[in-house]
Design a protein around this ligand. Structure first.
Ligand code: ZN
Length: 138
């Protein structure tokens, strides 16, 4: 064995965040019909979050606790729907540094704690074809 650098692990989709107007109304579709096990998650950014395990990824259903929260504003403006995609990367700080080098606009210049208890950062959708992208750690 040689002492080389630790190889990077593959980026994967950590979760898809879906903004919902009524969590209790939509939860049975994912939990009972699709049979996805529920994962307890903390509230974040003024939203109640229900996590559902879909293979290696989660579906996160986001319901606004107040109308002036990010999800509340999103639902008022665009209606319920896919809100963001979160990618787990091997090196969050390195990925953010590369975003800066490439001139990619970040919403979070420094990582903060997300609903899964991991460090996260959002990239501005203007830099990612209109998709709000969240990055987290593997
Ligand atoms: Zn998220």
């Amino acid at each position: 064995m040689t002492d080389g650098p630790v190889p990077a692990r593959a980026t994967r989709i950590a979760h898809v965040g879906i903004a919902v107007a009524d969590l209790a109304a939509i939860l049975p579709f994912y939990r009972e019909l699709l049979d996805l096990p529920e994962v307890p998650l903390a509230d974040a950014d003024g939203a109640r979050i229900a996590g559902l395990q879909a293979g290696e990824s989660l579906i996160e259903l986001l319901e606004a606790r107040s109308s002036d929260s990010p999800i509340g504003k999103f639902v008022a403006r665009r209606g319920p729907g896919i809100h963001h995609i979160c990618f787990a990367v091997d090196d969050l700080d390195g990925t953010l540094a590369r975003c800066r080098q490439m001139g990619i606009r970040l919403i979070d210049e420094t990582p903060r704690l997300g609903a899964e208890g991991k460090r996260i950062a959002f990239i501005h959708p203007g830099a990612t074809a209109g998709v709000l992208v969240e990055l987290t750690e593997l």
